[in-house]
Design a protein around this ligand. Structure first.
Ligand code: FES
Length: 262
């Protein structure tokens, strides 16, 4: 079946993007449906894989008072949904001098005193597209258990939707990011492997490889053969990369003598 035939056969459903009706194929994600409708993303779109948090979206369904949320790149359109994206939310992000920190909970309290305005309504957890128990990590921070708060918030993708619903006007995701950084510096067991990798990067171990990859970016349409060749080489490099196994009993570290680096 040709792409054209597939398009004709696709079942179109009405959705309302920022109040205007568009008919889009029913199987598309919100992001793809918006592109189908003619929108071009210059903000509010990053990884397209549910990881970067750039595409927070709010929507309502007909006959339902609930405001719903999702990631535009992951949520499939539904008939008659009213939607808009919230690619950026102006939330408070504290300014502090990292080198002055000692890794104590009081330092978080000082720059984010609004933590103690939490009413425990749990709207933040309910809105989280990553199913993080946001209210629980806020409670952990308040009792000084930064390790626990970092663990609970680990999957946060910084979409900011929690802050949009917070009655205490907190920016939970920025607070949790500070806490995870404190944990990384002061609480977590140092990672020997990470230190070695940083040393390798600083020493220039990867420079030759990176220069080669960066040189494969020909975009000149007049050099179509070169563009095709570069794309093929980049795809080959991508396919040959080292990947951490999905499941493994043993601790895994990348092979620093991998063929790609030779
Ligand atoms: S585009 Fe990255 S999470 Fe949707």
């Amino acid at each position: 079946m040709s792409a054209k035939t597939a398009e004709i056969q696709a079942n179109l459903i009405p959705v309302y993007i920022m109040g205007k009706r568009y008919d889009v194929p029913e199987s598309l994600t919100i992001m793809k449906a918006m592109e189908y409708a003619g929108f071009k993303f210059i903000r509010g779109c990053g990884c397209r894989g549910g990881i970067c948090g750039a595409c927070g979206t709010v929507y309502r369904l007909p006959g339902d008072y609930h405001i719903r949320v999702g990631l535009a790149c992951q949520t499939v359109v539904q008939p008659e949904m009213y939607l808009t994206q919230i690619p950026f939310y102006p939330a408070n992000r504290a300014v502090f001098t990292w080198d002055d920190l000692k890794g104590e909970a009081e330092e978080v309290f000082k720059v984010y005193p609004e933590l103690f305005r939490c009413l425990a309504c749990n709207a933040c957890s309910k809105v989280c597209p990553m199913d993080i128990q946001v209210m629980d990590y806020v409670a952990a921070i308040k009792r000084g258990d930064l390790d626990k708060a970092a663990e609970i918030s680990f999957d946060c993708i910084q979409c900011g939707l929690c802050a949009t619903r917070c009655m205490a006007e907190m920016s939970q995701y920025h607070i949790a990011q500070m806490v995870r950084r404190i944990r990384g510096k002061f609480i977590a067991v140092p990672s020997e492997h990470c230190d070695k990798q940083v040393e390798a990067i600083i020493s220039g171990y990867y420079d030759k490889f990176l220069q080669e990859v960066m040189g494969l970016g020909t975009l000149d349409p007049m050099q179509q053969d070169q563009v095709t060749d570069d794309i093929k080489k980049l795809k080959d490099l991508y396919n040959q990369r080292q990947m951490e196994p999905g499941t493994s009993e043993n601790e895994w570290t990348p092979d620093s003598d991998h063929a790609l680096l030779k």
